[in-house]
Design a protein around this ligand. Structure first.
Ligand SMILES: Nc1ncnc2c1ncn2[C@@H]1O[C@H](COP(=O)(O)OP(=O)(O)OP(=O)(O)O)[C@@H](O)[C@H]1O
Ligand SMILES: [Mg+2]
Length: 309
């Protein structure tokens, strides 16, 4: 039970192409993903997320490095690994003229099921992913959101222990994206390890236990969302809108206040913890009329900008 979901050491990958020079896409990736984790791969377009997920899911080989998936060696035990993992991607492509149910039966067959076992597996995922009412709709007639949901359902057919999701909510409207996140959470609550990629910071923040930031094929940071914010000293932001006089010079010396920016009628502070410094800040506005106070937690967008610098 306690084998890591993923143990990667020194993974490198480059693509050769006929005309262009060889491009290095992943450089020396080493990481360990614990069982039962939701692990996020976060990075801008082209940073190597899909390539890394393709390597983890044994779809392509790395040029160098070692990889164990659920304790199994990726070179020696590819077939055994494929029985216990599955993958769903942002732009799923299924046979267009088959219905939801036919598509699921088709995949269940590919996974080696037949008879009552196959029927039960298909019924189970249709139920879990609320697809029953669309069972007779062909793939080409499904909305983008339902296509993604079908892809998730398909990925659960073989009851994987480790699930890879490449940009599971890209292209979905906010409501559908939220539904998908709930489904991912419920999959995770069943004890399944999840590795997902996204370039949407708030998603990684609410969903993931740990996050690896990829940039140009390198892991530039790896930690819990909370620690990533802390280590980078990205404090909370306090914004005060006011009228009248205020003396901010003392606040610039305050050790709990990391920065002070002011313009007429508006002051912005980056603080370690607003609960500890808000009182001292507000006192400096005693002769002014405060019109608005806002406290904003740092989000991963800030972490991302900081790392990209
Ligand atoms: N089959 C391929 N042949 C050549 N180059 C490729 C191939 N697949 C990916 N690349 C290149 O590798 C780099 C990383 O691509 P990858 O798809 O892994 O990034 P990504 O982080 O998933 O990006 P996105 O956010 O756009 O999905 C890109 O520069 C891409 O052009
Ligand atoms: Mg990608």
């Amino acid at each position: 039970m306690d084998v890591p979901a993923i143990e990667a050491q020194g993974l490198c990958k480059s693509y050769k192409s006929f005309r262009r020079p060889r491009s290095v896409v992943l450089k020396d990736i080493s990481l360990k993903i614990e069982p039962g984790e939701i692990f996020g791969l976060l990075g801008p377009n082209g940073s190597g997320k899909t390539t890394l997920i393709s390597i983890f899911s044994t779809l392509i080989y790395p040029d160098r490095g070692r990889l164990k998936v659920l304790g199994l060696d990726s070179r020696k035990s590819r077939d055994a690994i494929r029985k216990v993992i599955n993958i769903s991607t942002a732009k799923p492509n299924f046979p267009w003229s088959l219905t939801v149910r036919e598509n699921l039966r088709h995949y269940a067959m590919l996974y080696g099921m037949y008879g009552p076992e196959l029927s039960r597996a298909v019924a189970d995922v249709m139920d879990a992913f609320a697809l029953e009412e669309y069972r007779d709709v062909t793939f080409e007639d499904l909305s983008t959101g339902l296509k993604q949901r079908l892809a998730l359902a398909k990925a659960m057919l073989n009851r994987p222990k480790l699930l890879f999701l490449d940009e599971p909510t890209t292209g979905l409207d906010p409501e559908m994206a939220n539904k998908t996140r709930q489904l991912v959470r419920s999959i995770h609550e069943d004890g399944i390890s999840v590795v997902l990629s996204t370039h949407y910071m708030p998603e990684a923040e609410v969903l993931c236990d740990r996050i690896a930031f990829l940039r140009k094929g390198v892991v530039v940071a790896l930690d819990t969302p909370q620690n990533l914010k802390g280590h980078l000293r990205l404090g909370e932001r306090v914004v005060i809108v006011y009228e009248g006089p205020a003396d901010l010079s003392r606040l610039k010396e305050d050790p709990g206040i990391m920065s002070v920016k002011s313009e007429p009628g508006r002051a912005e502070f980056v603080v370690d913890k607003s609960s500890e410094s808000l009182d001292r800040i507000v006192k400096q506005f005693s002769k002014a009329r405060i019109k608005d106070i806002a406290v904003k937690e740092p989000d991963l967008e800030d972490v991302f900008l900081e790392l990209a610098r």
